[in-house]
Design a protein around this ligand. Structure first.
Ligand SMILES: NCCCNCCCCCS
Ligand SMILES: [Zn+2]
Length: 669
C-alpha cells in the first residue's frame, strides 16, 4: 500500500525577523518560508502530502544536543528589550535574536521530531519539514549562522533514543558546513555525517580548519564524518552527482542506515548569494531520489538554508515532488565534474580509504599534500570563476524546472494469461493491431518461425509499450517473455530506429548480447555477469565482470554507483531497458535496488524484460516500478579486490569518453 509523504509547516515560524541593521543576517527573512510553502500549494503538492502539525520541543529534547546553561540563556530572550537582544546576540556569530525566536526555535525542533515520529512509526513513508530558524550551525552552547537549536542533530539523538535505531545517516547538502552537527557526532560511529560546503581553502565562512576533508571523525567515530570542501564557486549538477555516485552512495549503502535525515539547505542551488553555485533546482529531485532507497525509504528532509527566493521554492518543490514518487526530470546537460571538484573528491576518498571497504581501492593521496591548500597549483590552470575582484554581480538566470507529469498509467505488465497481474499494475493487451509494415519487419528480422503467433504478439506488444512510453501514456513496464535476447534486440531496434530514442540497456547476467546494437551509439549497453563475454571494444558496449557473478552484492552495488549511474546520467537515455538474463543469480533485493535506481533516467521510462519462468520476480519488480522503496540490502562486506581493480581499469579506460566516470583530476602539468 502506497504510504504518504508528510509536510510539516506552521506560519508561526515566520513570526520573527531581524530588528536592527546587520548585513550578515539580512538574508535570513520570513519570506523564505512563505514563498516555499506557497509554491508547494500553487503546484498542488501540499495537498498531496499528509499535513502533520508542529509542536514545541520539550526542554529534555533540546538538552539532547545543548547545554542547560545555553537553554536557560535562550529562555530569557522573549523578555528582553531591543537593546538587551542586541547585547545578547553579540556573544554569538552571524545570528540574531528576536522576542519570538525562542518560540520558533522550539517549533523548528518540534517539527523535526514530529517528522521523525511519522516516518519511523510508518504513519508516512517520508517527509519534509519547512522550518526556521535553521539548525546545522548551532552548537552545544552557542547560536551561530542563523541557527538557535540544532534541529537535525536533536532529531538524530531523539530517533536513536526513542526508537532504538542503531545507525542514522545525516546528509547535509546545504552549501555551508554544518559544524554544529559535526561536533555533535564526530566521535559517534552510529551517526554518519556527510556534508559538502563552500570552502575555498578555508577562506569562506565559517573558515574552519576542521571543515576540510581530513576531518574524518574522532576515536570510535573515525570514518563517520565526511567533509567535501568546494574550493571554487560555480559548482554544477555534474559535480554534485559525481560526489553522490563516487563517494556518498557507496559509503551510505555500506553503512546501511536505519534512517536518513537530510539537512536540506538549498543555498547550494543556483542564484543563492551565499553559495554562488550553479546547480539547478531540478538536481535536488535526483539527490532526493538517490537517497530514497536507503533505510527502506525512511527519509526526513528538514529545511536549513536557502536565500534566493526563486531557486529556493523551486528546489523545495523538486524535493517534495520526488518524495511523493513522481517521475524525475531529465537531468540538465551534464558536462562532467570540474578539476577542483575532482581534486576534492580524490582527497576525500583517499582520506576515508582506511574506513570504508568500498573505497579501499581509492588511490592514495600524494604524501606531500595533507590538505587541498597545497593542491592549489592544479587549480590555477583551470579558472572556474573570474578572480575575486572581477566577480560578476549580474543576476543569475536559469530555466524554470520542467513540469513532471505522472503518466495516466504508472506501470504495465505483459504476462502470460496464467500469471496474475500485480496490484497497481495494468495488464497490457495490445489493443490496436500494429501497422502491417512493422509486423512484416518483425517477422523477417526476429522470428525464427515466421508463424510463431505468440512471439509475434509479444514483440508487437513490446513495441506498443515503447510507443506508449514515448507518448508519456505509460511510465514503466515489465514483461515475461520466452526469449529475452530476442525481445531486447527487437525493442532496441525499434526504439532506436522508429522512435529515435537513446536506449540504455542494462543486462544482468551472462549471455550473448549482440554488441552491434550498440555500434552506432543509438543504444548504450552495459552488461554485468560472471564472465566477460567479450572485451569492451566499442564505447557503447561495456561489459562488467564480477568473479562471483551477480550474486555478489557488494561488487554489484559498486558497479551500480561507480559505473551504471554515472554512465546513465551522461548518456541521458529516453528509455531504459533492464534485462534479466536467464540464471543471473542476482538477489531479489539487489534487483529491486537496481530497478529503483535506474528510474533516475528517462523520466522513469523503464521497461523490464524477464524470462517466462521468472514468475516469482514479477511482484518485487512491480513494487519497485510502482515507486515503493526497495528493501535495504544487509550490511555489505568488502568487494573482491580483483573485481574492484578490474572496475578501476575499466573506469580508467572509459573516462576519456565518459566524463562522469572520473574520480581524480586529470594529471596536472
Ligand atoms: N554573507 C553573509 C555572511 C553570513 N554567514 C552566515 C551564513 C549562515 C548560513 C546558514 S545555512
Ligand atoms: Zn547554508
Amino acid at each position: 500500500m502506497k504510504m504518504g509523504t508528510a509536510l510539516i509547516y506552521d506560519e508561526e515560524m515566520t513570526k520573527y525577523k531581524l530588528l536592527w541593521v546587520d548585513p550578515a543576517c539580512k538574508i535570513e527573512v520570513p519570506e523564505r518560508l512563505t514563498v516555499s510553502h506557497d509554491a508547494l500549494v500553487r503546484n498542488s503538492l501540499a495537498d498531496r502530502c499528509v499535513a502533520i502539525p508542529v509542536r514545541e520541543a520539550t526542554d529534555a529534547e533540546i538538552l539532547l544536543a545543548h547545554s542547560e546553561e545555553y537553554l536557560e540563556a535562550v529562555k530569557k530572550t522573549p523578555y528582553m528589550t531591543l537593546e538587551d537582544l542586541k547585547e545578547f546576540t553579540l556573544q554569538y556569530g552571524d545570528v540574531y535574536f528576536h522576542p519570538n525566536i525562542y518560540h520558533c526555535a522550539k517549533l523548528a525542533v518540534g517539527a523535526a521530531l514530529q517528522l521523525v515520529d511519522s516516518v519511523v512509526t510508518g504513519k508516512v513513508r517520508n517527509g519534509m519539514a519547512l522550518v526556521r530558524p535553521p539548525g546545522h550551525h548551532s552548537m552545544r552552547s552557542a547560536a551561530n549562522g542563523f541557527c538557535v537549536f540544532n534541529n537535525v542533530a536533536i532529531a538524530a539523538r531523539y530517533a536513536k533514543q526513542k526508537y532504538g535505531l542503531e545507525r542514522v545517516l545525516i546528509v547535509d547538502w546545504d552549501v555551508h558546513h554544518g559544524q554544529g552537527v559535526q561536533y555533535c557526532f564526530e566521535d559517534d560511529p552510529s551517526v554518519l555525517y556527510f556534508s559538502w560546503h563552500r570552502y575555498e581553502h578555508q577562506k569562506f565562512w565559517p573558515q574552519l580548519r576542521e571543515s576540510d576533508y581530513d576531518s574524518v571523525g574522532k576515536e570510535k567515530g573515525a570514518g563517520f564524518n565526511i567533509n567535501v570542501p568546494w574550493n571554487k564557486v560555480g559548482m554544477e549538477n555534474s559535480d554534485y552527482l559525481s560526489v553522490f555516485c563516487h563517494l556518498l552512495l557507496p559509503v551510505a549503502y555500506e553503512f546501511c542506515p536505519d534512517l536518513v535525515l537530510v539537512c536540506a539547505g538549498f543555498d547550494s542551488a543556483i542564484g543563492d548569494p551565499e553559495g554562488e553555485m550553479c546547480a539547478t533546482p531540478d538536481i535536488f529531485a535526483h539527490l532526493t531520489h538517490l537517497l530514497m532507497n536507503l533505510a527502506g525509504g525512511k527519509l526526513c528532509a528538514v529545511l536549513e538554508g536557502g536565500y534566493n527566493l526563486t531557486s529556493l521554492p523551486q528546489a523545495v518543490c523538486q524535493t517534495v515532488q520526488t518524495l511523493l514518487g513522481d517521475p524525475l526530470p531529465q537531468p540538465a546537460n551534464l558536462s562532467g565534474p570540474c578539476t577542483s571538484a575532482l581534486e576534492s573528491l580524490h582527497c576525500v576518498r583517499s582520506a576515508h580509504r582506511p574506513y570504508w571497504s568500498c573505497l579501499k581501492h581509492a588511490a592514495d593521496l600524494p604524501t606531500s599534500d595533507i590538505s587541498t591548500k597545497r593542491i592549489k597549483l592544479a587549480e590555477e590552470e583551470e579558472e572556474k570563476t573570474p578572480k575575486e575582484e572581477e566577480k560578476s554581480t549580474e543576476e543569475k538566470v536559469w530555466p524554470e524546472p520542467p513540469k513532471r507529469v505522472a503518466p495516466p498509467v504508472r506501470s504495465v505488465a505483459l504476462l502470460p494469461k496464467d500469471v496474475t497481474c500485480p496490484e497497481g499494475c495494468k495488464r497490457f493487451s495490445s489493443s490496436e493491431a500494429l501497422d502491417p509494415l512493422t509486423v512484416s519487419k518483425l517477422r523477417e528480422n526476429f522470428l525464427k518461425d515466421a508463424d510463431d503467433g505468440d512471439a509475434l504478439t509479444t514483440l508487437s506488444s513490446l513495441i506498443s509499450i515503447t510507443e506508449e512510453m514515448k507518448k508519456n501514456e505509460i511510465c514503466s513496464g515489465l514483461a515475461l517473455v520466452r526469449d529475452v535476447t530476442m525481445a531486447m534486440m527487437c525493442v532496441v531496434q525499434h526504439a532506436a530506429a522508429a522512435l529515435s530514442n537513446r536506449v540504455l540497456v542494462v543486462c544482468v547476467g551472462n549471455g550473448k548480447v549482440p554488441s552491434h546494437i550498440a555500434e552506432e551509439g543509438k543504444a548504450l549497453v552495459v552488461q554485468i555477469g560472471s564472465e566477460s563475454t567479450e572485451e569492451q571494444k566499442c564505447k557503447y558496449y561495456i561489459p562488467v565482470c564480477l568473479k562471483k557473478g551477480c550474486s555478489d552484492m557488494s561488487g554489484f552495488i559498486q558497479a551500480v554507483f561507480g559505473l551504471f549511474l554515472p554512465l546513465g546520467y551522461e548518456y541521458d537515455p529516453s528509455l531504459v531497458l533492464l534485462v534479466r538474463m536467464p540464471d543471473s543469480r542476482i538477489h531479489d533485493r539487489m534487483w529491486q535496488q537496481l530497478t529503483a535506481l535506474l528510474q533516475s533516467f528517462a523520466q522513469g521510462h523503464t521497461l523490464v524484460l524477464m524470462q517466462e519462468d521468472e514468475k516469482a520476480c514479477v511482484g518485487p519488480t512491480a513494487s519497485s516500478l510502482l515507486g515503493d522503496p526497495a528493501p535495504p540490502l544487509e550490511r555489505l562486506q568488502a568487494p573482491l579486490p580483483q573485481d574492484m581493480e578490474a572496475m578501476e581499469r575499466l573506469r580508467h579506460r572509459l573516462q576519456a569518453d565518459w566524463k562522469l566516470l572520473q574520480i581524480t583530476a586529470p594529471e596536472s602539468g
